[in-house]
Design a protein around this ligand. Structure first.
Ligand code: SMG
Ligand code: MG
Length: 368
């Protein structure tokens, strides 16, 4: 398959409610879409980098620049198939989210041309999935309880609370006592704690959490391993894991017993599958993380999350939890589950009128 040109498209999707984490507050999702035009048809990818380099070093404008300046030019001469993308970009260091967006678009185009779904290509074993919801930090505990109540009523299988120092034990205790022991509850700190906070974090053991996600800095596996030895609550890593090799290192060091897999963070869906494979070989459950994706990224994440090792509900919520209007048809919960797209490629494409309405800029990168 030959690349004929690439469109970079910025879209702006206002969030239905502000999303506050230990990293900051977001009110709009500015997303970068990558449309590849090839001799076999087109495909769509989504870059999950955010406006600012707070979750990770990448940011949206930087990702657009590296895609335009380095990634796309490196792919023009290549006879493309999905597995050829990462090797062709290997000499360019870092920028996993930019690379993942390009790989996703190539996957979509290549699979579409062959009539194969991403789910089937990756090895999915389920057609629909129970999913979770990530609940931001709220102004008051009452707001938090109202939000959790609404999500449980909608049918979510797991609730994740964002935590930070000063917003941890009390909200967890209140949610647990209000909604009971049966709710699958987790917390995510997005690196907000210091190793010296370990003793404080062990207080969360009293609330039967399914996991605590990324309490410490991404490069501090040692602090996570030490906490794992102190706590009965399983430790899940997100920011720390950027490749299958990282995953093996973290598992060997005892730094985690669960992994949050985000294709963007690890450089694409194929590396994401490798992490799934090594975690499974070590007996670790994994789940699919979320980056407030548009319907494009969510469709692809559902395909990944349908693999057999994804035994925990992911951060793949219904469209209504994020956006009033998405660029694709909405995803809706049916009996607490989201359907895995079954059509060719990622199984969904933007709806032209929504895409136009939400687009803020487009740019065309022609073949030389
Ligand atoms: O897409 O539902 C979603 C958001 C899930 O909480 C979510 N993502 O660390 O896991 C995480 C965060 C990263 C994005 S907010 C900085
Ligand atoms: Mg996380």
């Amino acid at each position: 398959m030959k690349l004929e040109g690439v469109e970079l498209r910025r879209v702006a999707l206002p969030l239905v409610t502000p999303f506050r984490t230990s990293l900051g507050t977001q009110t709009v999702r500015n997303a970068l879409l990558v449309r590849v035009a090839t001799d076999e048809g087109e495909g769509w990818g989504e870059c999950v980098a955010e406006d600012e380099p707070t979750y990770c070093p990448e940011y949206l404008e930087g990702a657009a620049d590296v895609i335009r300046r380095f990634l796309v030019p490196a792919l023009f001469p290549v006879d493309l198939d999905p597995a050829a993308v990462t090797p062709a970009l290997h000499h360019l260091r870092g920028h996993p989210m930019a690379k993942a967006a390009v790989e996703m678009a190539v996957l979509d185009a290549w699979l579409r041309a062959r009539g194969v779904s991403l789910a089937a290509y990756l090895g999915a074993v389920r057609r629909s999935l129970p999913v979770g919801v990530s609940v931001g930090i709220t102004d008051t505990l009452d707001d938090l309880l109202d939000t959790v109540d609404r999500h449980l009523a909608a049918g979510y299988a797991r609730v994740k609370l964002k935590i930070e120092p000063g917003w941890d034990v009390e909200p967890v205790a209140r949610v647990r006592e209000t909604f009971g022991a049966d709710v699958m509850l987790t917390v995510d700190a997005n690196t907000a704690y210091q190793p010296g906070d370990a003793a404080h974090l062990t207080r969360l053991d009293a609330y039967g959490l399914a996991m605590i996600e990324q309490p410490f800095a991404p490069d501090d596996l040692h602090a996570h391993a030490r906490l794992a030895a102190m706590m009965s609550t399983p430790i899940c890593l997100d920011e720390s894991i950027t490749s299958a090799r990282d995953a093996v290192t973290a598992i060997r060091q005892g730094a985690c017993s669960i992994i949050n897999i985000k294709p963007g963070r690890v450089g694409g869906y194929l590396e994401a599958r490798r992490i799934h494979d090594v975690a499974r070989a070590h007996g670790l459950p994994v789940w699919c993380g979320g980056m407030l994706e548009t319907g494009l990224g969510r469709a692809a994440n559902l395909a990944l999350a349908a693999l057999p090792g994804f035994t925990l509900p992911g951060d793949i919520s219904a469209t209504a939890r994020y956006y009033e209007r998405d660029i694709t048809a909405p995803f809706t919960l049916a009996d607490g589950e989201l359907a895995v797209p079954a059509g060719p490629g990622i199984g969904i494409a933007p709806e032209p009128s929504s895409l136009e309405a939400l687009t803020t800029a487009t740019e065309w990168i022609p073949a030389p």
